[in-house]
Design a protein around this ligand. Sequence first.
Ligand SMILES: [Zn+2]
Length: 433
Amino acid sequence: MRITGGTVLSMRPGDSPAVRDVFVENDRIAQFGQSAGGEVIDASGCYVMPGLIQTHIHLVQTIFRGLAEELSLLEWLRDRIWPLEAAHDEASLRATARLGLLDLLTTGTTTILDMGTTHGGDVIAEELVSSGIRARFGQTMMDGGDGVPKGLRETTGASLHASARLVMKWNEAADGRIGYAYAPRFALSCTRELLEAVGDITKRLGLLVHTHSNENVTERSLIEAATGQAPIAYLDGVGLVNERSVIAHGVHLDDAEVATLRERGAAITHCPSSNLKLGSGIADVRALRERGIMVGIGADGAACNNRLDGFDELRLAALLAASLHGPGALSASDVLAMGTRDGARAMRLDAEIGTLEVGKKADVIVLDAERLAGPGGDPATRIVYGGGSRAVRDVIVDGQVIVRSFVPVTLDAAEVQARAAEALPSLTKRAGL
Ligand SMILES: [Zn+2]
């Protein structure tokens, strides 16, 4: 396949945007420059860049969009999200996964780190495989905590067993496009015994740990009251702060916690829309990056966003940094890096994705520049501030075309919407909402 005539933003540090052809052989970028043969995707007048990587997503919550409004984190979880997650059956899980994947792929996200609920991991995995997206996913783990409904509460043993089974079945599935990431939900809904076991297992298997922490002031103080430690110190003590950790939020971190994150090489996912909508606060991403912490970006779930548009998150990240530190605190290029190569590093996938380079996986998006606000400005500025997602014309993952000329190939948009609308009434009824 040849993607011809577009302005390529490789996202390699030091590279400038340049008009180049991208030649894709099977699942990888084979070369740049002139070449012959293969299917041609004409990208004249377009920007060609790596697909976005979102390092914190909950596909299971997409169908809850609009059902959990105007609440802060702990009430939002206990009164709405947990009852709804507990009520999921196979049909609603399939519907929510497809709804989310349709949103993500058509707005230019090609890789996600996803956290499921405590059941139905196989359904989510099947949908990840068939959609064509690249993903690391995990069924969430909840063996403790207050207000967890019966339908979600697990015993420690059952929780560990469920994840172990899913690892066997799905890790490195679809030629490595899908992988497993352990997902203990957060310190308040997991026992110390479970967290320690997850620390041991993921170290032995070399798998990612995906969790939430330091999101909200109340959550932070409850963890301090329960454990006598700051949240990151507690997670560190159970073996969950290391170079395989991706920790969502990191809004309320003290200096010692930031130092621990840095020493251990753990990554934070910045979720600006979610943090603003739940009133959690503003993560100081510029400060984290300056102190050497890897920061990825994530829309979180559609129930607290209410979109899954990665370009929205990049724009907001830049705007929030400007409001904290002044204009340019995070440039358009900085946030584009967060959404591509930094996300790849956070997920330990930087040898394969995150930049357009010969030998890397062909996870490529083509943006129609005419759809971006313009005509002035450098490419990064136009993409970040000019409405990047509405310009996403073609999406390629693993060398496969997933969206062609704005039309999804692997998912039928009308069918996805219809199934979701069909599944929703019985889901909310089962949840008692
Ligand atoms: Zn989350």
